[in-house]
Design a protein around this ligand. Structure first.
Ligand code: NDP
Length: 362
């Protein structure tokens, strides 16, 4: 039924997905909100305390009844700024105390415009908080050995505490062997199989958690969303977002279902969730009819769609139909301004954590 109703999320809008969509990588408003998760505005905390809260904060606020008719905005931009301010403060203290600043090395191969933009943004974010950034830009036709040589150099460089290989790599390179070459102690992206393996195991902790899912969890924690014992659905199961997001929710004691491209009844499954994380890469896939009244919805998707009215000719939308879902959920992240800014903030946080661990600075 939802797809037959004309809205900004109608199938025509979805179909005009632009080709540069990387894998970067009304419904009937019968629903009346019966349950909602009340949200506290995020409170500033130090990133150390945020990091240590990360595993232990299972829930602080119970689900309660509400009669609100539109979702609260989970403001990723604002929370990311708070976190960056906290990180800048900690870096200044570290520099004063031991004369060390964290260092982040980024390896970029090829000339993809989107990758160049991400790397530039990461560099700017590093500068803003006092992290020293190192950049290697290799041509598209570089060999895998050249990339491995740079990784090895950064692995051995004591001024580098985090190494990030910008994905996607050119097709002729083996992404897995390149990511495996990053020292687990400097794997600030959290993609090393040992880090992912530890994330999946009871009683084990990874050194780093992948930035985007970590950012989703941080938003839930900072808005005091109760996770323990709740039902959560993650739409998407990629190695970089969906799968680690599901593992993190499980570690926080939610009961998890994962919806993927072979799932037979995604709408019905997703509608059972108190918390939904959507990381699919399909514009507006998650419609209002997929959402249980009062659920909390985190939209990871970044999908450019054709928009002749925008000066750029396109605009960004998420995997969730904001227009519909914001009338049913109790809280929702916008796109842009939701998870995106959190990803970079978590990269900075992982880099700081790494430097502190390496230099035994508390
Ligand atoms: P991938 O393409 O790697 O994974 C997409 C996942 O969605 C796959 O598991 C796939 O299932 C599943 N899927 C695809 N179509 C459907 C469908 N119709 N129904 C149910 N499941 C489906 O994408 P990423 O995880 O890398 O990225 C997802 C989105 O998040 C993208 O829009 C990306 O741009 C965005 N993103 C945003 C970030 C941020 O910082 N905000 C960071 C990273 C990504 P299957 O496994 O069966 O193929």
């Amino acid at each position: 039924m939802a797809s037959s109703i004309l809205s900004d999320c109608s199938s025509s809008a979805t179909a005009r997905l632009l080709p540069f969509h990387r894998k970067l990588h009304t419904q009937d408003f019968r629903f009346h909100r019966s349950v909602s998760i009340p949200l506290r505005p995020p409170s500033p905390t130090s990133s150390r305390s945020a990091a240590s809260r990360f595993w232990s904060l299972s829930a602080v606020t119970p689900v309660a009844m509400t009669t609100d008719t539109s979702a609260k905005l989970i403001d990723g931009k604002m929370v990311a700024k708070q976190i960056k301010d906290e990180i800048a403060g900690e870096i200044a203290k570290m520099k004063d105390a031991i004369g060390i600043v964290p260092g982040l090395a980024v390896i970029l191969v090829g000339a993809r415009k989107d990758s160049q933009t991400y790397v530039r943004n990461k560099k700017k974010a590093c500068e803003a908080v006092g992290i020293k950034s190192y950049e290697v830009h290799l041509p598209e036709d570089s060999t895998e050995e050249e990339v491995l040589k740079h990784i090895s150099g950064f692995n051995d460089d004591p001024s580098v505490h985090g190494i990030l290989v910008q994905l996607p790599l050119p097709r002729h390179m083996n992404e897995q062997s390149i990511l495996n070459a990053v020292s687990i102690e400097k794997d600030v992206d959290g993609f090393h199989p040992l880090n992912i393996g530890r994330l999946a195991m009871q009683g084990r902790e990874p050194l780093f958690v992948p930035c985007t899912p970590k950012g989703c969890m941080e938003l839930l924690h900072r808005y005091a969303v109760d996770i323990k014992g709740k039902r959560a659905v993650v739409v998407g199961r990629s190695n970089i977002v969906g799968m680690p997001a599901a593992l993190l929710l499980q570690k926080a004691n939610a009961t998890i279902s994962i919806v993927h491209s072979y799932t037979k009844n995604p709408e019905e499954i997703t509608r059972q969730a108190d918390i939904v994380i959507a990381a699919v890469g399909v514009a507006n896939l998650v419609r209002g009819s997929w959402i249980k009244p009062g659920a909390v919805v985190i939209d990871v998707g970044i999908n450019p769609i054709d928009d002749p009215e925008s000066p750029r000719g396109y605009r960004l939308v998420g995997d969730v139909c904001y227009e519909e879902v914001s009338k049913i959920a109790s809280a929702i992240t916008p796109v842009p301004g939701g998870v995106g800014p959190m990803t970079i903030a978590m990269l900075l946080s992982n880099t700081l954590d790494s430097a502190k661990r390496i230099h035994n600075f508390k």
